[in-house]
Design a binder for this molecule. Structure first.
Ligand code: C2E
Ligand code: MG
Ligand code: MG
Length: 590
């Protein structure tokens, strides 16, 4: 035996199909290949069944005899090349003819390689190995994610398809777990995309580890975990589970995966903690096709995110309804501007010391023709996901500025106008010039405009964020941090960025002053704002006890139902006119 013959193949799990009308020839080929470690063979004697067998068995390479009765090798080749699924399959043709026109014809029909009959054993082994090497390389490019080396979406869908077919035959269940890393974008923005990539590689390692350690998957051997996992896109992974007995197995795996991600990740000398939202859908219970199963697993993930992230969620009729609803919202949101269905409500911001109205916050409302008023929390996330927020946000900004000018023309005192700006809007490089243009179109005094952003917006590339903030400042508008205290960012940005105002989140106000912890947090925020020379506003003030507590702390402004709910522009105007004397009472401490 030559050296080559003695080497065992690295492709031991490849499936080799032989199509020949002479069974003895196939026996000889198989014996030879078995000596080199190949284990999986499919032998077809009846050439008329060859194409169907190839489609159902999906061999990695085919050894095809050219001379066969009923349907010859040429006809089979032709059919294979005309079929989308078998177009690029490696086919080595066996021919006893040395006739070059036969070879040429086979080549024209797309044969990958030749073997002359009687077959030389070492040549056979080499040709098979070469074909499988080429296939492995092509597969690597076509079916694997270059960053994590995990299977990609295409391969995953292929395997899922296959798993569903087996499950139908065996009346068994298949589960898809769709895993999304929570707030992955923030890591990217905070530490850069390279660090984000490193995190994804480490996440994939941990998910693999978690799967290997789970009983359900480990029964399939060391390769099973790797075969069942894929990176679908960005921060989204998927896991395929077959041979399931009950849903507690799935729960155990989902829990295991969450726990392997809970350990800190070490990136750029920092410890990063992440969580994941996992959506689970089952075949045949939730869906009967690959597409719907994937879609439902995705909907369950979206639901898990909405429920506060860091959890797993099984698909259900309720989730389906929510996903449907979201789609409907997205659909009708597309026409919301042309149909003039958006409107702004205004909620006063009151000076805590004097009771005077200092300004208004513009809050978006959607007058849906069938559903009535839809609150912003329901449609703004959809507008953000679909990219429509840019247009909607611009409409809000323009309308609020126009309204502000209108109120002054109607004789109201000059009031500030707070406008909420979503992260996506803010990150757009064009945002400062949009603000500038709207201010000059409407003639509004830039110093009356307060742009409310959330802490999340400030995370990420410090230079870029700083650049945008300073551009906005140079226009003259003010910057406010909305929902302050709920974000995860470091406080150092308050020193480096040109911030003017903090709005303490309602969640801290709601329990003050009764709850000592909330009261302590509010006290600290006010003191910090004071020392940094920032204005501080309390949101969601609903009762007198809260108001008095904030007033004693010298919180600058108050916003909440205690004074007024958000209202249409005309009502707001009337409220300002009627409120002026009352303000003096508060100032006197009445
Ligand atoms: P936000 O900017 O923090 O606005 C304050 C929210 O608290 C408003 O809800 C307001 O109606 C509500 N609120 C005010 N006082 C009280 C109170 O005393 N008690 C209670 N329970 N709630 C109070 P709304 O109008 O539903 O808006 C929710 C969120 O939607 C806003 O939170 C803001 O993040 C977002 N939003 C609203 N309008 C826009 C917009 O034009 N663009 C963007 N990007 N987001 C917007
Ligand atoms: Mg706000
Ligand atoms: Mg807020």
């Amino acid at each position: 035996m030559s050296d080559i013959q003695q080497q065992k193949t690295p492709f031991y799990d490849a499936t080799i199909m032989m199509i020949d009308d002479e069974p003895l020839v196939m026996e000889v080929l198989q014996t030879c290949l078995e000596e080199h470690g190949y284990r999986f063979f499919v032998k077809i004697e009846d050439s008329t069944q060859a194409v169907d067998a190839i489609i159902s068995e999906r061999p990695d390479v085919v050894l095809l005899d050219l001379n066969m009765p009923n349907m010859d090798g040429f006809a089979i080749l032709q059919e294979l090349r005309n079929n989308r699924d078998t177009k690029y399959l490696s086919v080595i043709v066996l021919t006893s003819s040395n006739d070059s026109s036969t070879k040429l014809k086979a080549l024209e029909l797309g044969a990958t390689d030749f073997l002359a009959k009687p077959v030389d054993r070492s040549e056979l082994v080499l040709r098979i190995k070469n074909s499988l090497t080429v296939k492995a390389y092509q597969d690597q490019l076509a079916y694997y994610d270059t960053l994590t080396q995990l299977p990609n979406r295409k391969l995953f869908l292929d395997r899922l398809d296959w798993a569903i077919k087996c499950a139908i035959r065996e009346s068994s269940q298949v589960a898809v777990l769709n895993i999304a890393i929570d707030r992955f974008q923030q890591v990217n923005e905070l530490l850069g995309t390279q660090a984000g990539d490193e995190l994804l590689v480490e996440v994939s390692r941990r998910l693999l580890k978690g799967l290997r350690e789970s009983d359900t998957v480990s029964r399939g051997g060391p390769e099973a975990a790797w075969r069942n996992i894929a990176r679908l896109s960005g921060d989204e992974f998927s896991i395929l589970l077959t041979d399931l007995k009950n849903s507690s197995q799935i729960v155990a795996i989902a829990e295991r995966l969450r726990s392997v991600l809970q350990e800190p990740f070490h990136l750029r000398q920092r410890e990063i903690y992440i969580t994941a939202s996992i959506g689970i859908a089952l075949f045949p219970k939730d869906a009967d096709t690959t597409d719907t199963l994937m879609k439902h697993a995705g909907a369950a993930t979206a639901y898990a995110k909405e429920k506060g992230r860091d959890c797993y969620q099984f698909f259900s009729a309720e989730i389906n309804a929510a996903a449907q609803q979201r789609m409907n919202v997205e659909h009708s949101l597309r026409r919301v501007l042309e149909r003039n269905e958006l409107t702004l409500y205004y909620q006063p911001k009151i000076c805590a010391a004097t009771g005077a109205i200092k300004g208004a916050e513009a809050l978006l409302r959607w007058r849906h023709p069938q559903r009535g008023f839809i609150p912003p929390n329901e449609f703004i996330p959809v507008a953000e996901d679909s990219g429509m927020i840019t247009q909607i946000g611009e409409w809000v900004l323009r309308s609020a500025c126009e309204q502000n000018v209108q109120w002054q023309q109607n004789g109201l005192a000059s009031l500030s106008m707070s406008v909420n700006v979503s992260a996506q809007q803010f990150r757009d490089n064009k945002f400062p010039s949009i603000v500038q243009k709207i201010l000059s179109d409407t003639g509004m005094d830039p110093e009356l405009l307060v742009l409310e952003i959330t802490e999340g917006v400030l995370m990420g590339d410090r230079d870029r964020v700083g650049d945008l903030l300073f551009k906005i400042k140079s226009i003259g508008a003010l910057l406010s941090i909305d929902d302050f205290g709920t974000g995860y960012s470091s406080l150092s940005y308050l020193k480096t960025f040109p911030i003017d105002e903090l709005k303490i989140d309602r969640s801290f106000i709601v329990d003050t002053p009764a709850d000592g912890d909330s009261a302590a947090i509010v006290r600290t925020i006010v003191a910090m704002a004071r020392s940094l020379d920032l204005q501080v506003v309390a949101e969601g003030v609903e009762d007198d006890a809260q108001f008095q507590f904030l007033r004693e702390l010298s919180c600058d402004q108050i916003q909440g139902y205690y004074f007024a709910k958000p209202m249409p522009a005309q009502e707001f105007e009337a409220f300002c006119r009627q409120r002026a004397p009352a303000a003096q009472d508060i100032a006197k401490g009445a």
